[in-house]
Design a protein around this ligand. Structure first.
Ligand SMILES: [Fe+2]
Ligand SMILES: [Fe+2]
Length: 300
C-alpha cells in the first residue's frame, strides 16, 4: 500500500464509528485456547448471552454438526457436539453476523455474509489438501477467522463512503473489471485495505490483517502470510466457479497454476475438491441463516 493510499484511508475511514464485536467473542476465544478450561466453563460463558445460546443450540442441532444423533437441549451438549476448538469459530461467526445487517442500496449484505462464511469454511477445508512440506504449518482457526472478515471492508465502504462506493459498483459493472482495481481509481484504496484496518482495530493478529489485505493481490504478501493468502485466493476462485459471491467482487475467472504447485495441492484432484467446496457452500448458506436466528429461552 502506498503512503498516499494509507493517508487517504486513515483520513476518510472513521474507525471509531465501526461497531465493536460482542465481548463474548474474545472472552470465549481466550477460554478455549486455555488447555485447562472445561466444557462447563465455556457453556457457562455462552449461557450468559441468551441470543448466543439460542444460536449455538440451533447450529449444534443443524445438519452441519448433527449428522445422525439425537437433538441436544443443553448448551454443554451443544459445545461437546460442535467441538471445543470449533466453538470459538462458531461464536465469532455469530458475533460477526451482526456486522452484516442493516440497509444497503449497493450490496446485498446477506449474500456477502454467506460469501464470507463460504470462504471461511472453504479455506479451512483447503488446508487439509495442502502439503505442509511446501507450505509450512497453517493455522486453521486463523484462516477461518480471516475468511469471515476478508470482505468486511465492503460493508464499511458501503456505510461510510456511499456515494463513491455506488460509483465503484457502477463502474465495475460497466467495465467488467475487478472491483478492487476500480476502488483504487475512484476511492484511492481498496476494500481489502479497509478490512485489514478493521481487523487491526478489533485486535486480531497482524498476520490475519495482512492476509486479508492481500487477498486480491497475493503477489504483495510477505513469505509468512503467503500460504494463507494463496488459500484464500483459491477458495474465492473455487466458490466463484460455483457462483458464490461472483456478483459482489467480479473475481478473476482464472487461477494461476502456480498456486496449486506452491500449496502442494494436486491439480488432478480439482473435481473432488470442487465437490467438497460445493458441500461447504451449502453449509455456509445454512449457517448464515442460523447465525441470525432470533433468541428464545434455552436451558443452560
Ligand atoms: Fe474481496
Ligand atoms: Fe471475497
Amino acid at each position: 500500500m502506498t503512503m498516499n493510499a494509507l493517508a487517504k484511508l486513515n483520513e476518510s475511514i472513521k474507525i471509531e464509528s465501526i461497531p465493536s464485536l460482542p465481548s463474548y467473542v474474545l472472552e470465549i476465544a481466550r477460554e478455549v485456547e486455555d488447555t485447562d478450561t472445561s466444557t462447563n466453563k465455556v457453556a457457562g460463558l455462552i449461557s450468559q448471552d441468551i441470543g448466543l445460546s439460542a444460536r449455538i443450540l440451533k447450529l449444534a442441532n443443524s445438519p452441519i454438526y448433527a449428522r445422525s444423533t439425537k437433538p441436544t437441549a443443553s448448551i454443554k451438549g451443544a459445545v461437546e457436539r460442535v467441538g471445543f476448538a470449533e466453538t470459538k469459530n462458531v461464536c465469532l461467526s455469530i458475533g460477526l453476523s451482526e456486522q452484516f445487517t442493516g440497509s444497503s442500496h449497493t450490496i446485498d449484505l446477506f449474500k456477502l455474509w454467506e460469501h464470507s462464511l463460504a470462504i471461511a469454511m472453504g479455506s479451512q477445508l483447503l488446508v487439509s489438501y495442502t502439503n505442509p512440506e511446501k507450505t509450512g504449518p497453517i493455522n486453521k482457526d486463523l484462516i477461518y477467522s480471516t475468511g469471515l472478515m476478508h470482505d468486511i471492508g465492503l460493508v464499511v465502504l458501503d456505510q461510510q463512503q456511499p456515494a463513491l462506493f455506488r460509483e465503484v459498483k457502477a463502474e465495475t459493472a460497466a467495465s467488467e473489471r475487478p472491483c478492487w482495481e476500480v476502488e483504487y481509481e475512484i476511492i484511492g484504496y481498496s476494500h481489502a485495505d479497509v478490512s485489514a484496518l478493521v481487523m487491526r482495530h478489533w485486535g486480531f493478529p497482524s498476520l490475519m490483517a495482512e492476509v486479508a489485505q492481500c487477498h486480491h493481490e497475493y503477489e504483495l504478501s510477505t513469505p509468512k502470510a503467503r500460504p494463507s493468502t494463496l488459500i484464500l485466493r483459491m477458495a474465492e476462485y473455487l466458490c466463484h466457479t460455483k457462483k458464490m459471491g461472483d456478483q459482489l467482487e467480479l473475481i478473476e475467472q482464472k487461477l494461476d497454476p502456480m498456486i496449486w504447485r506452491e500449496l502442494g495441492i494436486d491439480k488432478t484432484r480439482e473435481d473432488e475438491i470442487t465437490e467438497a467446496i460445493v458441500e461447504k457452500i451449502s453449509e455456509a448458506e445454512l449457517m448464515a441463516m442460523l447465525c441470525r436466528t432470533s433468541a428464545t429461552k434455552v436451558p443452560a
